[in-house]
Design a protein around this ligand. Structure first.
Ligand code: IFM
Length: 449
């Protein structure tokens, strides 16, 4: 596998709550993830992100490790409650200083910082005032973005507004698996709209000739389990909620009418059509977080079961089908070609828009051998296969500009706690010792070649 173009960006990614720890230091305010993780029963292993990887104190070591692998870019996220502890109002200089130190350390190591403004750690006080179900949160996000960009744009040139708004809306307000843990049925679509509006307002607030601004989404190919009309309709519904509900407003300036109809939200959305030009403000790039495709079938009975906690409002009974592909520890089927299909889906809508793979990776139950090795053959294979598809996509001429592995280090995998490891680098959570896994050593050799 050779021949990526000069300038192709190679990086790895993390996110604030998953790695930083130091949740009460230097004036950081509480986020919805602090509250959620400390609520009994919410996190599989009963853990929380209070310490996580202690990246807040060990970021310099982590960035050096990243650079030693030959990676040239670090995608991290900025914690809103570190910068504006109560979500609105005055900025906390110590919070901004941390991200300045982090970005400067990247630059000293020859690593380009890529910052995401929102990777799910909403200030708790904003959730108390309605969270993403209310418009005010979008406006507060714009203010936070403007303050953060103004403070850091001399050292951070590449920005993403949101990470995976699908998760914020449908896991946060749909099935309740993520913070804030609410199950609001079709109202989760209000969260979609306010997230998208927040994205557009933030993008407009931080747009400048010196910086690029994009968004990281988690679209995925959705296949129908069979050619039957009912299964094809199930696929249309799942694709609408997963992909078109985000890509259409961003790239076409409209929401998909069929999704609004399926969810009974047509009238609510009609009130806010004037927001669409803001949401579809020109992007510099789209980031794609790709893990797996989805195959769906229609249920035997009615597809809709209003009131059921679900990521599929209006289609709650839709069935996810196991097609027999190998799976990672998350239970996610492995289909490297799905990365190509996903990039192509966006490229078809916006043929010249630069794309990045902003996340791609796999969880496996790693073990450290007696002599300290981590032989994560399956993760390495996953990486090799997806990089081969990445290469093919570039060769086919799609404007794919970079690849970020998820994740640089093992970390707090949300409702799974520390029970799922995605890192290229192993973290011993009792000592905070970092160790390169075999997949990282393979990647280092690959990048060197
Ligand atoms: O860990 C997450 C990350 O925060 C967002 N994208 C998917 C990853 C794996 O689940």
């Amino acid at each position: 596998m050779t021949n990526f173009p000069d300038g192709f960006v190679w990086g790895a990614a993390t996110a604030s709550y998953q790695v930083e720890g130091a949740v009460s230091e230097d004036g950081r305010g509480p986020s919805i993830w602090d509250t959620f993780a400390h609520t009994p029963g919410r996190i599989a292993d009963g853990e929380n992100g209070d310490v996580a990887d202690d990246h807040y104190h060990r970021y310099a070591e982590d960035i050096r490790l990243l650079a030693d692998l030959g990676l040239k870019a670090y995608r991290f996220s900025i914690a809103w409650p570190r910068v504006i502890p109560m979500g609105s109002g005055a900025a906390n200089p110590a919070g901004l200083d941390f991200y300045r130190r982090l970005a400067e350390t990247c630059l000293e190591n020859g690593v380009t910082p890529y910052a995401t403004l929102y990777h799910w750690d909403l200030p708790q006080s904003l959730e108390d005032a309605g969270g993403w179900l209310v418009r005010d949160t979008a406006e507060r996000f714009r203010d936070y973005a403007a303050i953060t960009h103004a403070a850091l744009s001399d050292v951070v040139k590449h920005w993403m507004t949101l990470n995976e708004p699908w998760c914020s809306a449908f896991l946060g307000y749909g099935n309740g698996e993520h913070a804030p843990g609410r199950t609001e049925g079709a109202d989760a679509l209000k969260a979609v709209h306010h997230l998208m509006l927040g994205h557009g307002l933030a993008l407009q607030a931080i747009r400048s000739p010196e910086t690029t601004v994009g968004i990281a989404l988690n679209p995925a190919p959705v296949h129908a389990a069979s050619d039957s009309e009912a299964d094809r309709d199930a696929a249309r519904r799942a694709d609408g909620l997963r992909n078109r509900m985000f890509l259409d407003p961003l790239l076409l300036g409209k929401y998909p009418a069929d999704v609004l109809e399926d969810t009974g939200m047509t009238e609510w959305f009609a009130q806010y059509e004037a927001d669409l030009p803001v949401i579809s403000s020109p992007l510099d790039f789209i980031g794609v977080n790709y893990y797996c495709p989805q195959t769906v079938a229609a249920p035997d009975g009615p597809i809709s079961a209003p009131g059921t906690p679900s990521t599929l409002p209006g289609s709650e009974n839709l069935v996810t089908v196991d097609t027999g592909l190998d799976k990672t520890q998350m239970g996610w089927p492995i289909e490297p070609g799905g990365l190509r299909d996903t990039l192509k889906m966006i490229n078809d809508l916006a043929p010249t828009l630069p794309l990045y793979v902003t996340e791609n990776g796999s969880a496996y139950p790693d073990e450290v051998t007696a002599d300290g090795r981590i032989e994560d053959t399956e993760r390495q294979q996953y990486l090799e296969q997806h990089l081969e598809v990445t290469r093919q996509v570039v060769e086919e001429g799609l404007p794919l500009k970079g690849y970020f592995a998820w994740s640089l280090i093992d970390n707090f995998e949300w409702s799974w706690g520390f029970s799922r490891r995605f890192g290229l680098i192993h973290v011993d959570y009792s000592t905070q010792e970092r160790k390169l896994k075999n997949s990282a050593l393979w990647l280092r050799d690959f990048l060197e070649a």
